[in-house]
Ligand binder design. Structure first.
Ligand SMILES: Cc1cc2nc3c(=O)[nH]c(=O)nc-3n(C[C@H](O)[C@H](O)[C@H](O)COP(=O)(O)OP(=O)(O)OC[C@H]3O[C@@H](n4cnc5c(N)ncnc54)[C@H](O)[C@@H]3O)c2cc1C
Length: 258
């Protein structure tokens, strides 16, 4: 990481991977001094053509031990940051704050048997990092990753998620992970149709996964569009769960995806 000042540095773009015209992943070289807890986000900066900086939050999708940082991004037409991001090539530099932020981490929960990770769109990113943490696999008996998108082409990372079960560090408990795609505008074998909050309300999601949500056993992390986070939070409260706070650990942790 090249030093810009005490708080900011720059990192080299190593590679990009395009999933759809509006979804891409990218990797940055990681300075060994950049530390994060799975579930946290980085703040990335680019310069507009007039030279002024624009900073955006990005959840880290890679493992805490990787020597790169991976991010999963939407491209918003007309957005200030993402069209600039879309125009970068490997070798280009991105500004990065030296500190990781955020509380969407499993340390929010004091205990629990089942970990539910409920995401829409790029809200998947923090859960990819959490699922590459051995502690996640050892601490919870069941891991349920639910990814809601519009169309099946947006089910990024499904092959990587599938392969996670065979990771040598936790292959002995690899069957703990259930992956449940949800499509709101498409149909596909194995995917549920609809939206996560509605599938929670009518019990379809729990029935399909074969696991009940209960305040005693379930710990639930939610990341996605503000509407989805609000409605999912409401659906979980109706099941008796409560937002987890540092002073009062409970069942739910949420983060708005923008
Ligand atoms: C804690 C946190 C973590 C975030 N992590 C990610 C991440 O991992 N990946 C990512 O792509 N974005 C993430 N974002 C959003 C990101 O910071 C930017 O808002 C986004 O990249 C668009 O930037 P922009 O300047 O092009 O458009 P903006 O002007 O920032 O956004 C314009 C509009 O685009 C829509 N939008 C913004 N972000 C998204 C999104 N991710 N998915 C769908 N619609 C969106 C919203 O309607 C928003 O009003 C995160 C935001 C927060 C607060």
């Amino acid at each position: 990481m090249l030093a810009l000042d005490a708080k900011h540095g720059t990192a080299r773009l190593l590679s990009r991977r395009r999933w759809t015209p509006k979804l891409l992943s990218f990797r940055l070289a990681r300075d060994p001094s950049f530390r994060f807890v799975p579930g946290q986000f980085a703040r990335l900066g680019l310069r507009k053509p007039n030279g002024s900086p624009v900073w955006r939050a990005y959840s880290i999708a890679s493992a805490p031990w990787d020597d790169h940082l991976e991010f999963y991004s939407i491209i918003v037409p007309g957005g200030q940051f993402t069209p600039l991001l879309d125009s970068l090539e490997p070798g280009d530099e991105i500004m990065i704050e030296r500190t990781a932020y955020g509380f969407l981490t499993t340390s929010r929960f004091a205990d629990g048997r089942d970990l539910w990770l409920l995401a829409t769109g790029t809200g998947l990113a923090p859960f990819l990092s959490i699922l590459q943490d051995e502690d996640t696999w050892r601490r919870f008996e069941r891991l349920v990753l639910v990814h809601g998108v519009r169309e099946s082409a947006e089910l990024a990372y499904w092959e990587e998620i599938d392969a996670l079960r065979c990771h040598p560090l936790w292959a002995d408990v690899g069957e703990r992970l259930a992956y449940q795609p949800v499509l709101s505008r498409d149909r596909s074998a194995g995917a549920l149709a609809g939206r996560i909050p509605a599938l929670l309300d009518d019990g379809t999601l729990e029935a399909h996964v074969g696991l009940r949500i209960s305040p005693e056993h379930s710990r639930l992390m939610v990341c996605g569009s503000p509407d989805m986070v609000r409605d999912t939070h409401r659906a979980l409260i109706a099941k008796g769960c409560r937002l987890s706070r540092l002073a009062a650990p409970a069942q739910i942790a949420v983060e708005n995806g923008w």
